[in-house]
Design a protein around this ligand. Structure first.
Ligand SMILES: N[C@@H](CCC(=O)N[C@@H](CS)C(=O)NCC(=O)O)C(=O)O
Length: 202
């Protein structure tokens, strides 16, 4: 039995949980609770991932796998699921990287507010993360919409998880205005059974 270290709020972990459901591998993986941040990694699988980040996937026949993009490539190959179609491989990988970068920026803002004492917080630094998110949204809305339709890919799963995370943790900053095509796509994608089953909750 494989083990997936993670929790119900991490958008990176959610990518893997959606993949597992979409590819019929859900029953092959046991979830192990893990949580933490740079200032407290005690409940993170440090022996499996020295970076102290989740998701981590352990398997019987090889070293533990991280990060989420490595795990998703592995599980896609394991199931022969075609979430990284050969003909669009570089586009799918780049769009997944863009979604992951969006999640990185969104989670860094949360850590800044939760982990730093008020006197060490930087509003400019937070705005810098928001600028990154805004540019990513703009780019997807302007250039990548054609890649979000058609047969399911890992880029779609990652983008769906990234956008839902913005709603979940940053609902005070409406991301939809000016990004109509992306907003419509997100509304539709969130209805998938795999997305509904993995919606983030505290
Ligand atoms: N690039 C990594 C990012 C994973 C990541 O940042 N996960 C967060 C949870 S949402 C985490 O483990 N944070 C703990 C920390 O930064 O110390 C991946 O794709 O797996």
């Amino acid at each position: 039995m494989m083990r997936l270290y993670g929790n119900a709020v991490s958008p990176f972990v959610r990518k893997i949980r959606v993949l597992l459901l979409e590819t019929g591998q859900d029953g092959d993986v046991e979830m192990v609770q893990a949580a933490g941040h740079a200032l407290d990694s005690s409940a993170m699988p440090l022996a499996e991932n020295p970076l102290g980040k989740i998701p981590v996937l352990t398997r019987g026949d090889g070293p533990a796998l991280y990060d989420s993009r490595v795990i998703s490539r592995y599980l896609d190959a394991r199931a022969g699921a075609g979430l990284y179609p050969e003909t669009r491989l570089w586009e799918v990988l780049t769009l997944e990287a863009l979604a992951d970068g969006l999640m990185d920026a969104a989670t860094l803002i949360v850590y800044e507010a939760r982990c730093r004492p008020p006197e060490l917080r930087s509003a400019d630094w937070v705005e810098g993360q928001w600028a990154r998110i805004e540019r990513a949204l703009e780019t997807v809305n302007e250039r990548w919409m054609s890649h979000l339709t058609g047969k399911l890919t890992m880029a779609q799963i990652a983008m769906g998880c990234a956008l839902d995370y913005l709603d979940f943790r940053h609902g005070d900053r409406p991301w939809r205005s000016g990004h109509d095509a992306l907003a419509a796509w997100s509304a539709d994608f969130s209805e998938r059974a795999s997305m509904r089953a993995t919606a983030p909750h505290d």
